[in-house]
Write a protein that binds this ligand. Structure first.
Ligand code: FES
Ligand code: FE2
Length: 393
């Protein structure tokens, strides 16, 4: 187990936090040493989404996830079981598969052709007699922890006692049940986009309620005053309900008026935009018409990649196709507005004039995230960067 130094139940507890009224300081959005610590204490031991089980419908289908210098593959075996492995040959460490998705009866290493079954067993070694002591059963692919939650496939690189996705999402189970996550199907290709942002900046923005009426005219027209947020220990919940008054914007008005009734959803969900942000770096956007997920993976102190997929239940009604199109247009504008903001926040975080900012009582999601970061890396309580080398002492 990775040593976090803090019992995991304390990380999300509600015990008094002397810094509760401060946001996270700017220096931890740029500092290389802080970055290394958060990779080890936060990203490596946390669950990361890879795909949905329907993306691995046939034996041999695989998906990959590149994260913090590791490559992980999830693959459905001949027995129908989905497993996760390091994408690393046990011979000389060659990457076994390239790209983000594929299908193979066996995983054959492109370097010297060692051959693995889709359940990870090593079954083929050319010139086997050259290695008199080699035991095939000791050299299967390295297993990676995997969790299946309502059809979504998650992996983690280390176990530090963080809760499972099922445990994190437990407070929301009843609300998501009607959406039938396990029956979803992919409706858009995986998108992976590099961003010149610290990963926390993306997550902070996702859970920031105060900017909605200031920076998102479209969402304000759509939701009116119905936007709400709440924070459970390991998951944030945000939601807005579409108002009936037709928007002045064509895409928004089209979506308001043409979104068809969705038979499997209760009345309250028909016109609800629901967002869940899971610890530490992923989120589900849940609409009546589709479910999107996004994940922001750190690649350096001031860089990350944004990984996005979209799923829906099969529905070939023309009105649904058009509603999804309108949804995409609305959210592209929202994303542009957020990108403009957080690129500038990233620049501001690098300013030596900035320490930490006050955090309002209503900002429960930002408080919850900042609290966990401070528990896991106590130097996050400092408003300015300690001298270089601080993480080694
Ligand atoms: S590195 Fe894979 S077979 Fe040699
Ligand atoms: Fe936003």
């Amino acid at each position: 187990m990775a040593d976090l130094g803090t019992p995991v139940q304390d990380i999300a507890s509600q015990a008094a936090d002397p810094d509760a009224d401060w946001s996270l300081p700017g220096w931890i959005y740029t500092d290389p040493e802080f970055h290394q610590l958060e990779i080890e204490r936060i990203i490596r031991p946390s669950w990361q989404i890879v795909c949905h089980h329907s993306d691995l419908a046939q034996p041999g289908q695989w998906r990959s996830l590149d994260i913090i210098g590791e490559s992980v593959i999830v693959v459905r075996g001949e027995d129908g079981t989905i497993r996760a492995f390091a994408n690393v040959c046990r011979h000389r460490a060659m990457r076994l598969v390239e790209g983000t998705a594929g299908c193979a009866r066996k995983l054959v290493c492109p370097y010297h052709a060692w051959t693995y079954e889709t359940d990870g067993r090593l079954t083929g070694v050319p010139m086997k007699s050259d290695y008199p002591t080699l035991q095939l059963d000791q050299h299967g692919l390295a297993r990676v922890d995997l969790e299946l939650w309502h059809g979504f496939v998650f992996v983690r690189l280390a176990d530090a006692g963080f809760p499972s996705v099922a445990e994190m999402m437990a407070p929301c189970e009843a609300e998501i049940a009607p959406y039938r996550f396990a029956d979803l199907r992919c409706i858009a290709d995986l998108r992976v986009r590099p961003r010149a942002l610290n990963w926390k900046n993306l997550g902070d923005n996702y859970s920031d309620n105060l900017h909605i009426p200031v920076a998102h005219d479209g969402l304000t027209r759509l939701f009116g005053k119905s936007y709400e947020i709440g924070a459970a220990p390991w998951v944030d919940r945000l939601k807005g309900d579409l108002v009936d008054r037709p928007s002045s914007n064509p895409s928004e008005r089209f979506y308001q008026t043409h979104l068809p009734h969705v038979p499997h959803l209760p009345q309250v969900a028909q016109r609800r935009w629901l967002y869940y942000k899971l610890w530490p770096n992923m989120a589900f956007d849940i609409y009546a018409d589709q479910i999107d997920f996004m994940q922001w993976i750190p690649t350096g102190p001031t860089t990350c990649v944004l990984r996005e997929m979209a799923y829906a239940l099969p529905d070939d009604r023309r009105a649904m196709t058009l509603a999804r199109y309108a949804n995409g247009r609305i959210n592209r504008v929202v994303n542009r507005e957020d990108t403009w903001l957080i690129e500038r926040v990233q620049q501001g975080m690098a300013s030596r004039t900035y320490g930490a900012g006050p955090i309002g009582r209503s900002e429960v999601c930002l408080r919850s995230f900042a609290r966990k970061i401070r528990m896991l890396i106590p130097e996050a309580r400092l408003h300015h960067a300690p001298p270089a080398g601080w993480s080694q002492t």
